[in-house]
Design a protein around this ligand. Structure first.
Ligand code: ADP
Ligand code: MG
Length: 291
């Protein structure tokens, strides 16, 4: 690589808020054929809000208070949204004990003498809870692209909480621009299948890998690489870091967590998914100059 081409590429990137950490990152950008995007916080703004709260065979105010007590102990972005909704509805503050966070699944605690779990279908399954009483509501809400979270009290599924997270304004254009240069676009998310499929189809994303546990995201990247793809992974979260490291090119959203930014090869300072194609284009320009 000629130092001049690298300097020009790095400078061009910096001007557009695309930070290449190394010369290798620039060169690798030129050879990417598959872009994998995390959903929450990458394609979406990562600011979820509760849109629906459904209580089955329990008073809504009572369920709100139980759920809020658990979620107050969690650091998950969905938890913060649930707590602020409950506070807005005047839920009574209750104390949670024996709080347990289950990464990629949800959380549980004891509240006012009850065992409460809040999380996805996998969490309920591992707790041996039958989700049939809320399955229809869950499916209807997820089909709209919202994240549907389940609530169980004393071993019974009694609630569904729907959360909406707005898609970033440029997400669809970002996907279209990648397609124009022949790049395959994949969504990788811990969220449920129906929610992920809905958002992917709105954005014309080629394929979806959903309900992936945080510790399995890197393995999914490895599988794509094993099938011959040169993969760029774009993410913002702590749970994206191993996948960012595994990918041929790790790209972090600037507004993301420190771990993601530290692990990535490229940082998008404007947190704009459109800048993924800017990065790849600068890489191609640099490599062309090198020859
Ligand atoms: P993502 O990859 O979408 O950022 P995570 O891997 O952190 O998500 O979590 C996957 C899923 O687990 C979430 O979509 C949600 O359904 C559930 N979940 C995790 N933590 C919580 C929580 N504190 N409250 C409610 N649901 C949760
Ligand atoms: Mg994310």
């Amino acid at each position: 690589a000629t130092p001049t081409a690298i300097m020009v590429g790095t400078g061009l990137g910096a001007k557009r808020g695309v930070l290449f950490k190394t010369a290798t990152a620039l060169e690798t950008s030129a050879r990417i054929d598959t872009v994998v995007l995390d959903k929450t916080g990458t394609l979406t703004k990562g600011e979820p809000e509760v849109t629906d709260f459904i209580a089955v065979e329990i008073a809504e105010v009572e369920l709100l208070a139980l759920v809020a007590a658990v979620e107050r102990e969690s650091e998950h972005p969905l938890a913060a949204a649930v707590v602020s909704y409950a506070v807005g509805r005047g839920a009574q503050p209750l104390e949670a004990t024996a709080f347990r966070n289950v990464p990629g699944h949800g959380a549980g605690a004891r509240v006012a003498g009850h065992q409460v779990f809040v999380g996805n279908r996998k969490l309920m399954v591992t707790q041996g809870i039958d989700i049939d009483p809320v399955a229809a509501q869950r499916q209807t809400l997820a089909a709209t692209g919202r994240t549907a979270v389940l609530v169980a009290v004393d071993g019974k599924a009694v609630g569904v909480i729907a959360l909406a997270d707005a898609v970033r304004e440029t997400a669809a254009t970002a996907v279209a621009t990648l397609h124009e240069t022949g790049i395959k676009v994949v969504m990788l998310t811990g969220d449920n299948e129906a929610t992920a499929q809905r958002i992917a189809s709105m954005l014309q994303i080629d394929s979806v890998i959903a309900e992936v546990l945080p510790e399995d995201k890197a393995a999914k990247i490895k599988e794509l690489q094993a099938s011959g793809k040169r993969v760029a992974m774009v993410g913002d979260g702590v749970n994206d870091a191993p996948a960012l490291a595994q990918a041929d090119l790790g790209i972090a959203i600037g507004a993301g967590t420190d771990v993601a930014i530290d692990t990535a090869d490229v940082v998008l300072m404007r947190s704009d998914p459109l800048d993924v194609s800017v990065a790849l284009r600068i890489g191609k320009g640099t490599v062309r100059k090198m020859r």
